[in-house]
Write a protein that binds this ligand. Structure first.
Ligand code: HEC
Length: 169
């Protein structure tokens, strides 16, 4: 009886091993060279486009730099505010390079108007102008674009609530 059990267990091991071997044989060749290994350029370009993402990646950067701009104006560090504000424009332009459908609203509602006015105000290094007049107008334009692009829910978050006014210093 014991012999039969040992035999059965041995057979199970051998079969298991063979099954694993078969799976390993069937699996497609994988390496870290995900672009080189693509079948052709069409597949390669699709992979690159996927890797860059869409508009939301750009917006994540914009959101972060928006907060840093707010802090920099609050601190009276206009060079830093200017640095982040310019990069917000770059990020939005790269965003609509990837998602052209976003370009019309981004240009009309933000970049061609409020972004530019805020840029001028930041460069003037006048805190009153940069904060109350320019930044807050640009903030409203961010929110208008979210509504226009059917993502109004974006506006109901601390990022916008906490930047509705500047602290007195
Ligand atoms: C084209 C008009 C447009 C403008 C201008 C715009 N946004 Fe957006 N924003 C969007 C859209 C559309 C999404 C959703 C993206 C998606 O679904 O891929 C978004 C998403 C976001 C998100 C969420 C990103 C994430 O996925 O984590 C943040 C944060 C954000 N926007 C902040 C801002 C701020 C701050 C400004 C102004 C400085 C701004 N947006 C200006 C259209 C805009």
């Amino acid at each position: 009886m014991r012999r039969i059990w040992i035999l059965l267990i041995a057979v199970a091991f051998v079969c298991g091993g063979l099954a694993c071997f078969a799976i390993a044989q069937e699996a497609p060749k994988k390496s870290d060279n995900w672009l080189k290994d693509a079948a052709d350029d069409a597949e390669r370009f699709t992979l690159i486009e996927k890797m860059f993402g869409g508009f939301s990646g750009a917006m994540q950067i914009v959101g972060e730099r928006y907060l840093r701009t707010y802090d920099a104006i609050t601190d009276g560090n206009f060079d830093l505010a200017n640095y982040h504000w310019k990069k917000i424009k770059d990020a939005i332009e790269l965003g609509y390079l990837r998602r052209p459908a976003r370009k019309a609203h981004a240009d009309a509602l933000f970049l061609n108007g409020p972004w530019r006015s805020a840029e001028e105000a930041i460069l003037s290094k006048d805190k009153g102008k940069a904060s109350a007049e320019a930044f807050l107008t640009a903030r409203a334009a961010c929110m208008t674009c979210h509504a226009a692009e059917q993502v109004a829910f974006m506006n109901d978050q601390p990022m916008f609530r906490n930047t509705a006014a500047f602290p007195e210093r």
